[in-house]
Design a protein around this ligand. Structure first.
Ligand code: F6P
Length: 530
């Protein structure tokens, strides 16, 4: 890969002084540097990528054997090889597909059977006296369904859904306050059913329900791979929805972990969500590289993060209902591609994944966009916008939203040169040194890259497309970096230390062996906690 990275670095060196705007001298720039999957448009023309750069990036795709690894994933090979697992979240949305084999066994009958049980249970809950559903989970067992329930609010015709993730007692206390224990269903979502935050919250919810007239035996369900542990917790098998270890936590919302979403929007709309994901799978496997959305999105990401050296990436959905999408992508991308070594254990050749962050537009414009426009670091932006909103009576709001979204990417690219800033100051009557000083503050360097994902409307199918698009993008980036995108050893050390610190914090064990800072903080807490 080294020669390919070198070629890309040379490309960056040769083109970095060029203004993105100049690329639009070619009349077909926008069309040539865009691609479509179904009705979804991905426009990456407002980047400094040209035909030669794209060729150099596509050479990475070939050299890393993205095609071979993609098929290894879809065909159930154990590509998560530090855990010896296949990676088959795609099987969960394989509604029209054929068999999917893992170690010689077709997993689809099991997947479809669980889906049928979920549908029946979701309908039962939707037709019952249950008014509120509390999903207790964390990370992949929380972020996906929480994000999607909010995203699909217009399709919500089931009980209210709440999400508790943090072990901070404030989270569960604030959530349960005001709920009626007799009409609340608690879903304990945990792949392993051992995660300390989730199990602590689950026990608290169980005690609350028993104390407030509910029946934990009837009003608890579990989503997990660990049937023995769900039984030990007291949840009867008919309300346990299992899945296999080939579904990674951050890829799991397509199956049982999506139960709260299914209860909220109904099985039919949930099916549409799965079909959107499946449509993106088909596109990812069939489309030529230069038309392939996950591949192009990955290549733009690699260009900005690994070649240009931009350390972060902003995800900016101009859609209030996608407010949780940046947090969801944070786990998806940073837990997947924040790694230090390649599959063979040797150090990664280039930087691993960037910092992913963001917020819904237009709110971000009034908070952090100042830095995006005039700060000294370049932050590549990923905008998202629907052609239509769900509130026809508020169409003028949506038009304003669109105008703002398009204005931001235009402003980032175009900038405002000093001459224009001077003219503005002269028009205000300024002259001489003061005109110059004030004008400098109003200069936007521009030439800042962004991409835009546009789609007709944020319906369940489109949300499925978007999530699957980003999953595959993360996969392609991981393959190019040579890393395993499907393990997460980096979260283990903190978990182990938290376990060893618990008795120290409780005061039943001394802080012996701890560094001076940790010991001092423990002392402070002991003094102030009484
Ligand atoms: O700590 C990281 C992690 O393992 C995530 O990958 C996962 O989504 C989350 O914890 C929750 O795990 P579980 O579903 O097993 O409770």
């Amino acid at each position: 890969m080294t020669t390919h990275w070198d070629a890309l670095r040379a490309r960056y060196h040769d083109t970095k002084g060029r203004h993105i705007l100049s690329l639009f001298d070619a009349p077909d720039r926008a069309a040539s540097f865009s691609a479509q999957a179904g009705e979804m448009l991905f426009d990456y023309s407002k980047t400094n990528i040209d035909a030669d750069t794209l060729d150099a990036l596509l050479a990475l795709v070939e050299a890393a054997d993205v095609a071979g690894k993609r098929e290894a994933m879809f065909s159930g090979q154990p590509i998560n090889d530090t855990e010896g697992r296949a990676v088959l979240h795609t099987a969960l949305r394989n509604l029209d597909g054929g068999p999917v084999m893992v170690q010689g066994k077709d997993v689809m009958p099991g997947v479809l059977e669980t889906l049928a049980r979920m549908r029946a249970y979701a309908e039962e809950v939707r037709g019952s006296a249950i008014t509120d559903v509390v999903n207790i989970g964390i990370g992949g067992s929380d972020l996906g369904p929480a994000m999607a329930v909010q995203a699909l609010a217009p399709y919500h015709d089931g009980p209210r859904c709440h999400f508790v993730s943090n072990v901070d007692g404030a989270h569960i206390a604030d959530t349960l306050r005001g709920l009626d224990a007799k009409t609340t269903l608690v879903i304990v979502a945990s792949k392993t059913f051992t995660t300390i935050e989730t199990m602590t919250n689950a026990r608290t919810a169980k005690a609350w329900m028993a104390d407030h007239g509910g029946d934990p035996e009837k009003q608890f369900a579990a989503l997990s791979t660990a049937g023995d542990l769900t039984a030990a917790f007291g949840i009867p098998a008919q309300r346990v929805f299992g899945f296999e270890d080939w579904v990674g936590g951050r890829y799991s919302m397509w199956g049982p972990i999506g139960l709260s979403l299914m209860i909220a929007i109904g099985p039919k709309a949930f099916d549409a969500f799965l079909r959107g994901g499946q449509a993106m799978d088909v596109h990812f496997r069939a489309a030529d590289w230069s038309e392939n959305l996950p591949v192009l999105l990955a290549l733009v990401g690699v260009w900005h993060a690994q070649v240009c050296g931009h350390a972060s990436r902003a995800v900016l959905p101009y859609d209030q209902r996608l407010a949780l999408l940046p947090a969801y992508f944070q786990q998806l991308e940073m837990e997947s591609n924040g790694k230090r070594v390649q599959m063979d254990g040797t150090p990664v050749e280039v930087d691993s994944g960037p910092v992913v962050w963001g917020a819904a537009g237009t709110n971000g414009q009034h908070a952090f966009y100042q830095l995006i426009h005039q700060g000294t670091r370049v932050i590549p932006c990923e905008f998202m916008i629907a052609a239509e909103g769900h509130e026809p009576e508020l169409a003028h709001h949506h038009k304003l939203l669109i105008a703002n979204c398009l204005a931001q990417s235009e402003a980032l690219m175009r900038g405002r040169p000093i001459e224009e800033a001077r003219e503005k100051m002269a028009a205000k009557g300024l002259t001489g040194a003061e005109l110059e000083r004030q004008a400098q503050h109003r200069v936007f360097e521009g030439n800042r890259p962004s991409v835009t994902l546009a789609y007709p409307m944020l319906d369940p199918f489109t949300l499925g497309q978007i999530v699957a698009l980003y999953e595959h993008r993360v996969f392609v980036e991981g393959v190019i970096l040579g890393i395993n995108s499907f393990d997460q050893w980096g979260v283990e050390l903190g978990k182990e230390l938290a376990t060893s610190l618990q008795p120290v914090v409780e005061g039943s064990s001394p802080a012996t062996g701890k560094d001076g800072s940790t010991a001092q903080l423990v002392n402070f807490i002991h003094r102030h906690a009484g």
